[in-house]
Ligand binder design. Structure first.
Ligand SMILES: *Cc1c(COP(=O)(O)O)cnc(C)c1O
Length: 456
C-alpha cells in the first residue's frame, strides 16, 4: 500500500518532529489483541532494537504509554527513597523540572546550575561530589530549552572515580537518535527518552533503559515504590515476557504506537548508528554555519563544543523579536519553537533538525526550505540593514587596505575610512543596534574573503 500523509506545515521544533509515511501508516495498524502472536513479535523486536539504538547489551528497556516526563517519575519513584540525596546537573529548563519531579517523591535535591548557555563544568562536578554523597546524579544530555549539549562520558568518568556507588541517569529525551550515546561503554545506569523526538514517532511512549545495577537497586530497596503505574517491578515481567515471546499483562500497551515505533526503529537500525550520528552532526554544522556566518546571528550555547547536533537555539538580533519572525515563518509553512528558558524567554527561538528532516535528503529538502524561509523572513522584518551594513563595512575595509598597503582593491569607488565615514558608520550601526557590535569590532573581525556581502 502506498500512503502519503497530508500536506502540512513543516514541523521543525525540537520535538515533536516530522514522521515518515511508513511510520505514520504503521500507527494506523488495524486492531489486534495485545496478547496476539503478531503483536508479541512486534513488541519483542522493538525492545531489542531500542537496546541497539543505545548501544547496550545488558540494559533493561521499559517501553510504556506516556511521554518523556514519565521517565522522570520512573527514575524518581524506583531509584530514590524518601530522604535520598540527588544531584541534578542543570543546563536549562529541563533540569529544573527533573529536580521538581525528584522532590515530588521525597528526594533531597541539590542543583548544580550553570548560567544560560552553559553546562556545569568538570571542576564544579568534582567539588559537588566531594562535598556530599549522592544516591543519583542526573544529566540532561541536550537541554531543549537552550540547545546546550552535556558530556555524559566525562560526567560518568568523574562520578565513577569519585563516587562509584552513585547512579548516573541520562535524560536523553532530546538526544537519543541524534547524539552519540553508548550506554554500556559509558556505564550509564538509566537512559530515558520519548517517542516523538529523535526517534521520529508520534508522541505517546516513554522509553527508558535501566542498567543491571539500577534493576538490583529497585529489587533490594527498603521502602515500597511510591507509584503504581511507574513501578518497574510491575513492568519488568511484561518487558521480559514480550522479549521472550510470551505476552504478560500489567496495563494495556498502546499497540498502534508501538507498531509505529517498530517501523521507525527498523529503519534506524538498518544502518550503523554511527552513520546516523554523523549525519546529524554534519547537518548541524552546516545549519549553524548558515545561522552565524550568513545571517550573522548568535546562538544560545556559549561555545560550539557544547551545542547540540539535533537542534539550534538562536538569539534574535536586537530590535527584532518572536512576533517579527515566527508568524512570518508560519506563513511560509515552517513551524519553529519560541523561547522556553525563563531568563531569556523572549530573546531567542529554536529549530529542531532531527530524524527524517536530516536523514531523508532523497525525498525531502527540509533544511534548505528552512534556510530560504529564514533569509526571506529576516529580510522582510527589516534585518536587510544587517546585510547592507556588512557590505558597507567591507567596502570601507577594502578601501582602507588599499590606502594602507597601496594594493588595489577590487571595488574602485569605495569611500575612504576617514573620520567622517567612521562617524557615519557609527550612526548606521547604532541605528540598527546590532548586538555587541561597533564599527571597530566590525573592522577588526573583517576578513574580506569571508564576508558575504550578498544583499538578498
Ligand atoms: C521534551 C523533553 C522532556 C519532556 O518530555 P515530554 O515527552 O514532553 O514529557 C524531558 N526532557 C527533555 C530534555 C526534553 O527535551
Amino acid at each position: 500500500m502506498t500512503f502519503h500523509q497530508a500536506e502540512h506545515p513543516l514541523l521543525v521544533i525540537p520535538g515533536s518532529i516530522e514522521v515518515s509515511d511508513d511510520v505514520l501508516l504503521a500507527n494506523a495498524t488495524p486492531s489486534q489483541s495485545h496478547m496476539s502472536k503478531s503483536f508479541v513479535q512486534t513488541f519483542g523486536e522493538t525492545i531489542k532494537m531500542f537496546r541497539q539504538v543505545l548501544v547496550t547489551e545488558r540494559g533493561q528497556p521499559f517501553i510504556v504509554a506516556g511521554s518523556g516526563t514519565l521517565g522522570w517519575d520512573m527514575v524518581a519513584s524506583n531509584l530514590t527513597e524518601p530522604g535520598d540525596e540527588a544531584l541534578v546537573l542543570h543546563s536549562g529548563y529541563f533540569g529544573q523540572s527533573f529536580a521538581d519531579c525528584l522532590e515530588t517523591y521525597g528526594a533531597k535535591v541539590t542543583q548544580l546550575k550553570a548560567s544560560v548557555g552553559q553546562c556545569p563544568s568538570r571542576e564544579e562536578l568534582i567539588q559537588a561530589l566531594k562535598a556530599k554523597k549522592y544516591k543519583i546524579v542526573t544529566v540532561t544530555h541536550v537541554d531543549t530549552s537552550t540547545g546546550v549539549l552535556s558530556n555524559p562520558k566525562m560526567i560518568s568518568e568523574v562520578v565513577h572515580e569519585i563516587s562509584p556507588d552513585t547512579l548516573i541517569v541520562l535524560d536523553g529525551v532530546c538526544s537519543v537518535g541524534s547524539e552519540v550515546i553508548r550506554m554500556d561503554e559509558w556505564s550509564l545506569d538509566v537512559v530515558m527518552c520519548a517517542s516523538q523526538k529523535g526517534l521520529g514517532v508520534p508522541p505517546g511512549l516513554s522509553l527508558v533503559c535501566a542498567s543491571e545495577r539500577a534493576i538490583r537497586i529497585v529489587e533490594t530497596r527498603k521502602t515500597k515504590i511510591n507509584s503504581y503505574f511507574a513501578s518497574w517491578l510491575n513492568w519488568l515481567p511484561v518487558m521480559r515476557g514480550y522479549e521472550q515471546g510470551k505476552p504478560v499483562y500489567f496495563a494495556t500497551p498502546p499497540i498502534q504506537i508501538i507498531c509505529a515505533l517498530h517501523t521507525s526503529l527498523k529503519e534506524i537500525t538498518s544502518r550503523p548508528i554511527e552513520e546516523r550520528w554523523a549525519r546529524h552532526k554534519q547537518a548541524s554544522i552546516d545549519f549553524k554555519q548558515f545561522v552565524t556566518d550568513e545571517l550573522g546571528l548568535k546562538q544560545v550555547p556559549s561555545d560550539p563544543s557544547i551545542a547540540a547536533n539535533g537542534m539550534t537555539a538562536i538569539y534574535f538580533p536586537d530590535g527584532l523579536s518572536a512576533s517579527d519572525i515566527i508568524p512570518r515563518l508560519l506563513e511560509r509553512g515552517i513551524v519553529v519553537a519560541g523561547g522556553l528558558h525563563k531568563e531569556i524567554k523572549d530573546k531567542y527561538f529554536r529549530i529542531g533538525h532531527m530524524g527524517i528532516t536530516v536523514m531523508d535528503t532523497k525525498t525531502r529538502n527540509d533544511l534548505e526550505k528552512v534556510k530560504d524561509a529564514l533569509r526571506n523572513v529576516f529580510k522582510e522584518a527589516g534585518y536587510v540593514q544587517y546585510f547592507l551594513a556588512r557590505y558597507f563595512v567591507k567596502s570601507i575595509s577594502l578601501k582602507h587596505m588599499e590606502n594602507e598597503n597601496n594594493t588595489s582593491a577590487s571595488e574602485s569607488s569605495l569611500p575612504p575610512l576617514d573620520e567622517a565615514n567612521r562617524r557615519k558608520l557609527h550612526a548606521f550601526y547604532s541605528s540598527m543596534a546590532l548586538p555587541g557590535s561597533s564599527p571597530d569590532d566590525g573592522l577588526q573581525s573583517i576578513d574580506s574573503d569571508n564576508v558575504n556581502c550578498d544583499v538578498r
